[in-house]
Design a protein around this ligand. Structure first.
Ligand code: NAD
Ligand code: WQD
Length: 337
């Protein structure tokens, strides 16, 4: 039996594929390269020496996705495919709702039809909105501040209703905190298009000389040094959480939610300093205004993932910074054209 990976060519999908292939799993992968390149899949093959079936399919194309299920024995799915840029989601809400929600509805409908009722879904800490306190546990109230976050929360609700209607489903909702870093080989990593939205890709481009100076968005937050605090998690640790989640899903039905973070909060300036320490490169930065919508602090209580999945993060912040830089050095233009 195979695991369907949607969005496998993307940043987290490609790292997860490596872990699953190395664990001997059979994979069928779909992606439409909306935000990725075919080269990432070639790199996954290079790292693992293993192969998998790939379909260039858009989740919005019901018939093409149905055909993937007809041609393969798929019993479970790890669902990464979706658009993820917060700012773009405010400018193009319909694109985000259509792609993320309709794509997931198609997927679930087809899974149900083929009796494949196991899904691991990529949710986000964004569903906690502006948390009243930290660390965050899975039972915190949910709310969102932008259309991207709204799609994650809506999909969580869709999956909850799906399980309520048919309790043969096994649903694992993984709420990722801030994934960074890259595979140690330097062959796969994050390949943002244009100016990076997120902190680590931006710092990495400053370190490599591609950009002059990091803008630190505000130093008047209610945090120890005034800059925003987040829970950064190594993408390889995150990838390993998916293997644990799928192993568990094979033995139980039900719906469970898991925070996937380290439980440690670092400020923007902590990250700048950790990056400098890990690479020996000075990061130029300046303090600018806050970015609209940003919150003071967000970090996980990841105990449930440890107690139920037996998973915990192993890499520290310097590992994450070093591996990001290694990827950038080896691939100055990402996966290229
Ligand atoms: P990514 O953009 O690198 O990967 C997503 C992949 O999905 C891309 O390869 C893209 O081409 C594909 N895709 C998008 N729409 C599709 C469609 N309609 N049909 C087929 N393929 C489609 O993003 P990522 O960082 O790897 O994130 C993976 C998932 O994790 C996303 O759902 C994202 O919302 C979620 N997530 C990411 C982060 C993060 O900071 N990276 C944090 C929390 C949650
Ligand atoms: C981290 C910190 C910024 C860039 C986003 C999404 C979230 C999730 C993860 C998908 C903040 C500061 C950033 C810069 C800066 N994605 N910063 N200068 O906003 O915590 O989370 O990615 O689900 O939904 O919102 O991540 O990396 O953008 O920012 O000072 O150039 O770095 O203000 O404090 P964020 P980020």
């Amino acid at each position: 039996m195979a695991i369907l990976i949607t969005g496998g060519a993307g940043y987290i999908g490609s790292h997860t594929m490596v872990e699953l292939l190395e664990a001997g799993r059979e994979l069928v992968v779909v992606d439409n390269f909306l935000n990725s390149k075919p080269e990432s899949l070639e790199r996954v093959k290079k790292i693992t020496g293993k192969n998998f079936k790939f379909y260039e399919v858009d989740l919005l194309d019901y018939d093409a996705l149905d055909k993937v299920f007809c041609e393969n024995d798929i019993d479970s799915c790890i669902h990464f495919a979706g658009l993820k840029a917060v700012g773009e989601s405010c400018a193009k809400p319909l694109l985000y709702y259509h792609n993320n929600i309709t794509g997931t509805l198609n997927l679930c409908e087809i899974m149900q039809k083929h009796g494949a009722k196991r899904i691991v879904f990529s949710s986000s800490a964004t569903v906690y909105g502006k948390p009243a306190s930290v660390p965050i546990t899975e039972d915190f109230p949910l709310s969102t501040t932008n259309p991207y976050g709204e799609t994650k929360l809506m999909i969580e609700r869709i999956l909850k209703d799906l399980h309520a209607a048919d309790n043969e489903w096994s649903v694992s909702v993984l709420r990722y905190f801030n994934p960074i870093g890259a595979h140690k080989s330097g062959l796969i990593g994050e390949d943002p298009q244009g100016i990076p939205n997120n902190l680590l890709p931006y710092i990495t481009q400053v370190a490599s000389g591609k950009r002059e100076c990091l803008s630190v968005f505000g130093n008047d937050y209610n945090t120890p040094d005034g800059t925003g605090v987040r829970d950064y998690i190594h993408v390889v640790d995150l990838a390993k959480a998916h293997l644990k989640a799928i192993e568990r899903a094979e033995t139980v039905t039900g719906i469970e939610y898991f925070n996937v973070g380290t439980g440690i909060g670092y400020s923007v300036l902590d990250i700048v300093h950790a990056y400098e320490k890990a690479t020996g490169i000075k990061i130029n930065y300046k303090i600018v205004d806050r970015r609209p919508g940003d919150i003071d602090e967000c970090y996980a209580n990841p105990e449930k993932a440890y107690n139920v999945l037996g998973w915990r993060a192993e890499n520290n912040i310097e590992d994450m910074c070093r591996d990001s830089y290694n990827w950038q050095l080896k691939n100055p233009n990402g996966y290229g054209d």
